[in-house]
Design a protein around this ligand. Structure first.
Ligand code: 2NL
Length: 356
């Protein structure tokens, strides 16, 4: 049937009826919703076959038009019915296929996309584990502290240079960003009587920012208070720690120093684990720079004024305390040359510290 030969109304009725049959055959082979919708458009769409046939309606006698119109409606309904039937069957087929899919739960997992621990996190966890093994509890506290917890309780009076604006971040309301984790131990002592045996790992803040200092850095301090806790106990604890952290050959050296919160005070060095502090390796050692020693932190016996501040009997209890920077511990242990690598989040760096 072409535009040139419209034929009779009966011919048009025939054409509409065979259109339904033609569509029915065509749709049976279609596999996707998109194919079905496209086929529907080829018949019922703006330029579809049924639409084109309707344009011939004007060429047949007026009396026959209702009959043809009815045939057109029948064809449209049939086609739409076939479409919705086919679509719902398709949905069932998809669901059935989904249900039929069997999953082998015994296959190994894909894995391999887990992250790694940051080297500073690794070092912190390792230090926690070592001290936990010696009976220390791990304590944390707020990063924003009172000046009293951060300084006054630690025998660090208002005129002390550490309390200068140059060194400490002051926050509104007489608060500071803690400049060490000591306030965690102060809180622990305020909260209960001795004995106290804790370590306090966490980030601290100082107004420094250059190649060897970041304004925030992680620290770990330790405190052991009780009856007859001695300097010997401090040495034994530090030796046990460095031997577990750097290796069983490691020894320590204490050099006299000063901290307001300890008396006596000492700088703590560990013997170099690369050259063992022994010639001939020592002279050229890149880690200890030929000294045989690695500076790892500070320590001392808790100052009586600290005990007085937290309400402990300074004539009855003694204690030792120590502190170390975790960045330095990580740099020594893993041979990291630049402090800034810890904070750049470069995966080429971070992925060199696989965990687990
Ligand atoms: C260092 C030195 C040190 C402490 C921290 C401390 C804490 C209390 C009482 C007494 Cl609550 N002392 N902490 C003592 C000596 C040294 O750290 O060079 N840290 C990186």
């Amino acid at each position: 049937m072409t535009n040139e030969s419209a034929g009779t109304g009966q011919d048009l009725v025939q054409s509409f009826d065979s259109l339904s049959a033609e569509f029915s055959a065509e749709i049976a082979g279609l596999r996707t919703e998109e194919e079905i919708r496209l086929a529907q458009a080829r018949y019922l769409g703006k330029k579809g076959k049924a639409t084109e046939l309707m344009k011939l309606l004007g060429r047949i006698p007026a009396a026959e038009r209702p009959m043809v119109g009815a045939a057109a409606n029948r064809a449209r309904e049939t086609i739409e019915g076939l479409v919705s039937q086919r679509l719902s069957r398709l949905e069932e087929e998809v669901l059935a296929a989904e249900l039929a899919r069997s999953i082998d739960v015994t296959l190994p997992g894909r894995g391999g996309c887990g992250g790694t621990l940051h080297p500073l996190t690794r070092v912190r966890m390792e230090i926690e584990q070592i001290f936990h093994g010696m009976g220390f509890e791990v304590r944390t506290g707020p990063l924003i502290e009172t000046e009293w917890n951060n300084f006054d309780a630690l025998n660090t009076p208002a005129e002390h240079p550490a309390r200068d604006m140059q060194d400490t971040f002051f926050v509104e309301g007489g608060l500071v960003l803690r400049s060490h984790t000591s306030p965690v131990q102060v809180r622990t002592m305020l909260a209960g009587p001795p004995p106290v045996k804790v370590i306090a790992p966490g980030n601290v803040f100082r107004r420094d920012d250059d190649a060897t200092h970041t304004p925030m850095f992680p620290q770990c301090e330790g405190l052991h208070v009780g009856k007859d806790v001695s300097f010997e106990d401090l040495k034994a604890t530090l030796i046990a720690f460095v031997q577990r952290f750097f290796g069983s050959q490691t020894s320590i050296r204490l050099r006299p120093s000063f901290f307001p919160f300890t008396e006596p005070s000492a700088e703590v060095d560990a013997s170099c684990f690369l050259c063992q502090g022994q010639e001939p390796a020592r002279s050229g050692c890149r880690l200890c720079k030929g000294t045989g020693w690695l500076e790892i932190g500070g320590a001392g016996m808790v100052h009586p004024n600290v005990f007085a501040a937290v309400g402990y009997d300074k004539y009855d209890v003694t204690g030792f305390a120590f502190g170390m920077g975790l960045s330095r511990m990580a740099m020594l242990k893993y041979g990291i040359s630049d402090l800034r690598l810890f904070y750049e989040n470069d995966l080429r760096f971070l992925q060199q510290f696989p965990s687990g």
